[in-house]
Design a protein around this ligand. Structure first.
Ligand SMILES: [Zn+2]
Length: 138
């Protein structure tokens, strides 16, 4: 929740006015780290192939074994949003993408970058909230 809010707040921060997507993301990360909210990101999406750099099952074994299973599911849902955005722009995922730099170029715009993260965090939050509801957690 906090991370998503930070992305939204930073978009209106005058310091980010002339930043491209990469600079913007570094700035947001710096802000999160100074607030002790460094996003744990054991998962990522390759911007050219639109796929995770390794088999998610492998990542789960290496990085998620000591965490509740729902954390893995939530991160998976988050990355799925990036993969879908990427797949739509690059056209097809994997080794046969038509436009390998379309997604990367898209993210150079900070508004696009924030929007994609916003959607991804919404999906992650949805998974966590469904889990909470299903287990009657307050
Ligand atoms: Zn993300």
């Amino acid at each position: 929740m906090k991370i998503k809010e930070t992305y939204e707040k930073m978009l209106n921060d005058s310091n980010t006015a002339n930043m491209d997507g990469t600079a913007f993301n570094d700035y947001v990360k710096g802000k999160l780290t100074s607030d002790d909210l460094a996003p744990s990101a054991p998962m990522e999406t390759n911007k050219n192939s639109c796929t995770p750099p390794e088999d998610p099952a492998e990542t789960k074994k290496k990085r998620y074994m000591c965490l509740p299973a729902v954390v893995f599911e939530a991160d998976l849902a988050h990355e799925k949003v990036h993969q879908d955005t990427c797949g739509k722009l690059n056209v097809k995922e994997g080794v046969n993408v038509k436009y390998p730099y379309a997604y990367e170029n898209y993210l150079q715009n900070k508004n696009n970058y924030a929007a994609d993260e916003d959607n991804a965090y919404n999906e992650k939050i949805k998974v966590l909230q469904n889990w909470k509801n299903a287990n009657n957690c307050k």
